[in-house]
Design a protein around this ligand. Structure first.
Ligand code: OAD
Length: 253
């Protein structure tokens, strides 16, 4: 039996499905991943200059401009068939928990409610000094060229610089989100890990926790994954084709 069929059968039986996504799920919407060889953001930009609190202290306009460039890209993008198929899955399984490492809002725009964002969101900035949320972000940001500096807005309460609402290197993940993700991984019977290189911890514990707790785990990725257990499967190809194919094999489309 093919891995696709095995995973589709597990999907039909699943009582609690966890979908764990990374940048690859948004790649077909035109959002660059981080580590793909030619197009990955971390091939072209230095995270030490852009994705740490020290970088923001050193040059807030450089960091803010880079994240505004990314936010403008996301606002132009549309959910792709993978996002839409994940939202559709929720209509067929008794319980679905969607955990993402992505800072875009494409799952929400595809119709998935209650998305757990482990690495924060480009759309929820807050004050660097007092941490209060900043709610006046331009709905239609100017489209800064990559690398163009933009002074961050100022906090309406304390006047501190506003920072992107994403988790930077060296920062803790939002505690409640991490706890919810770990609890879901421990109690699910199937986890689909979609479009992630699985190298950034603690988020990358999520699929392993599910496997250790007895769930079936399927990795949907353009690159093959070497399974470590008979309950682990690798489906190789674009998420925008494979997730709809799973729905179809499960007889739901
Ligand atoms: P990566 O860029 O590390 O990995 C993207 C994965 O998606 C790779 O394994 C690709 O093979 C796969 N991929 C690319 N296109 C695909 C497609 N169309 N269909 C299926 N798979 C595809 O991105 P993440 O794993 O999300 O952290 O990176 C994890 C974290 O590292 C990010 O959340 C970010 C980054 O530093 C923070 O911002 C805190």
């Amino acid at each position: 039996m093919s891995d696709l069929q095995i995973v589709a059968d597990a999907l039909r039986r699943a009582r609690h499905l966890v979908v764990f996504t990374g940048a690859g799920v948004s790649a077909e919407s035109g959002i660059p991943t981080f580590r793909d060889a030619l197009s990955g953001l971390w091939q072209r930009f230095d995270p030490g200059e852009l994705a740490t609190a020290a970088a923001f202290r050193r040059d807030p306009a450089l960091v803010w401009g880079w994240y505004e460039w990314r936010r403008a890209q996301v606002l132009k993008a549309r959910p792709n068939p993978a996002h839409l198929a994940i939202a559709e899955l929720a209509r067929h399984v008794p319980q679905l928990t969607l955990v993402t490492q992505n800072v875009d809002d494409l799952h929400e725009r595809a119709g998935s409610p209650a998305v757990i964002h482990l690495h924060g969101s480009l759309h929820q900035p807050r004050c660097f000094d007092c941490q209060r949320p900043f709610t006046r972000l331009a709905a239609d940001p100017q489209e800064p060229a990559k690398g163009r500096r933009i002074e961050p807005p100022r906090c309406l309460q304390c006047g501190g610089p506003v920072r992107p609402g994403v988790v930077w290197f060296g920062e803790m993940l939002p505690e409640q989100a991490l706890q919810q993700a770990f609890a879901a991984a421990e109690s699910c019977d199937l986890l689909l890990s979609i479009g992630t290189s699985g190298v950034v911890y603690p988020a990358a514990h999520v699929p392993q926790l599910a496997l250790d707790s007895g769930a079936v785990v399927a990795h949907i990725n353009q690159q093959a994954f070497a399974p470590n257990s008979p309950r682990e499967h690798s489906l190789v190809g674009p998420a925008g084709e494979l997730v709809p194919a799973l729905l179809q094999r499960a007889g739901w489309q």
